[in-house]
Ligand binder design. Structure first.
Ligand SMILES: *[C@@H]1O[C@H](CO)[C@@H](O)[C@H](O)[C@H]1NC(C)=O
Ligand SMILES: *[C@@H]1O[C@H](CO)[C@@H](O)[C@H](O)[C@H]1NC(C)=O
Ligand SMILES: *[C@@H]1O[C@H](CO)[C@@H](O)[C@H](O)[C@H]1NC(C)=O
Length: 390
């Protein structure tokens, strides 16, 4: 009797403790074997360049794009590395190869579907809303569909031959995406109210892409919010006004445009919170691009930037060193001597220096929520970590 009770208790304890083990068997510290990326120009490592008509290459096909780091244009919209490149370095993985145009390249340790100009919403829907169609049709859902089609061959080349496991071992970058949806509306002269109406649709598109990937086995997502576009030369130029009250007095950024970004971010954070409740074993990390970048305008000197760093490095002049039609990559457009002192590269995109500082703020805190946990990693990655402080 006593012994069978003992047995009962011990088997109960066994069940109980195994339940606990299951609960805690999803370590928040992971060593990622691969990076899978979706998004727009912020993460495009060459897709758009390869998708473009050879007779009409994009601006990023020309110098001075790539001057600082790759020393040749790679299709990245910067003078050097992007946030995704710094994340890859940090994880000890190769730079994530673009899906389009990569020949004879292994996608075992990463694959990138991000395309310059890509939207969160499908083109058909945007066209329906009266927005032109002269932009890439490789929207988020198109990127996702191509990924799904590619998946069987990706898994076949992975050591486990198991797609779920391969996705589970990957860090999935979901964006940034959505800014172009708003951008195209603005450039078509739509009002801020019309643009605001798009926010819930954009968030829904991002959310359903995450859910799709969770169902395929995805376990870790890094989901960026928006950049403070009210501080970007292209928008400061487009919306330039004599009404001083539209500008933040400290930074000189356009407050109302930044409010749109904050609104998007609030919606996104609420949606991610909802997803975390439904999928408690999936790590969904919000990347606060907005605040991670806004601090550079609040305290530029502290981060090594020039005073009031609103102007682009690459441009031909104007209040923000940005001129429509005479943009970076066009013939005769030069760039500043010291790109690392500039936050903005070409009016729409950021310098490598900005990307590096933002990546550092994500990987080592405090701009990732929940924060990354690197406690299980060996000294090799600690070494890479220290490269950020130099
Ligand atoms: C592709 O890669 C393999 C192995 O690295 C190499 O043997 C082959 O020559 C390459 N093919 C081309 C077309 O570059
Ligand atoms: C996107 O556009 C290209 C040509 O511009 C076309 O070949 C392709 O079928 C389109 N894809 C989708 C998903 O609409
Ligand atoms: C504007 O861009 C030019 C390159 O054309 C650069 O030399 C200059 O430093 C930039 N001006 C400002 C004010 O940043």
């Amino acid at each position: 009797m006593a012994s069978s009770l003992k047995k009962l208790i011990s088997s109960f304890l066994l069940i109980f403790s195994s339940t606990i083990t299951v609960e805690s068997s999803e370590p928040s510290c992971r060593s990622y074997k691969s990076i899978i990326s979706f998004g727009d120009s912020g993460a495009d490592t060459g897709n758009y360049l390869h998708l473009s008509d050879v007779n009409h290459p994009p601006q990023a096909a020309f110098p001075p794009y790539g001057e600082t780091f790759f020393h040749t244009p790679t299709g990245r919209n910067s003078d050097g590395r992007l946030i995704i490149d710094f994340i890859a370095e940090f994880l000890g993985l190769p730079y994530v190869p673009p899906y389009f145009g990569s020949q004879n390249v292994s996608f075992k340790q990463g694959i990138n579907f991000a395309v310059y100009g890509a939207t969160a919403l499908d083109c058909a829907l945007l066209i329906e809303k009266g927005i032109g169609s002269d932009f890439t049709n490789v929207s988020l859902s198109v990127q996702l569909n191509i990924f799904k089609q590619t998946l069987p061959s990706l898994c076949a080349s992975s050591s486990s031959h198991d797609c779920k496991e391969m996705l589970g071992d990957s860090l999935i970058l979901m964006g940034d995406i959505g800014a172009n949806d708003y951008d195209y509306m603005f450039f078509q002269g739509k009002s801020i109210n019309e643009v605001e109406e798009l926010v819930p649709l954009v968030i829904k598109a991002i959310s359903s892409a995450i859910v799709d990937l969770i169902n395929l086995g995805g376990k870790t997502f890094l989901v960026p919010g928006t950049f403070p576009y009210g501080c970007f030369p292209a928008y400061l130029t487009l919306f330039q006004t004599a009404k001083e009250e539209e500008y933040d007095p400290l930074t000189g950024c356009l407050s109302w445009l930044n409010e749109l970004g904050k609104n998007h971010d609030e919606h996104l954070k609420t949606e991610l919170k909802r997803l975390r409740k439904i999928y408690p074993h999936v790590n969904i990390i919000y990347a606060d691009y907005y605040n991670s970048m806004y601090r550079f305008f609040q305290e530029p000197a502290k981060y090594g930037f020039k005073e009031r760093p609103l102007g682009a490095c690459c441009g031909v002049g104007g209040q923000y060193n940005f001129t429509f039609g005479e943009e970076c990559g066009c013939q005769g457009v030069g760039y500043c001597k010291n790109p690392s002192e500039y936050v903005n590269w070409d009016g729409y995109h950021l310098t490598e220096a900005t990307h590096q500082k933002m990546a550092h703020g994500l990987l080592n805190g405090p701009y990732a929520s929940p924060a990354f946990d690197w406690s299980c990693l060996g000294s090799a990655s600690v070494d890479t970590k220290s490269s950020f402080t130099s």
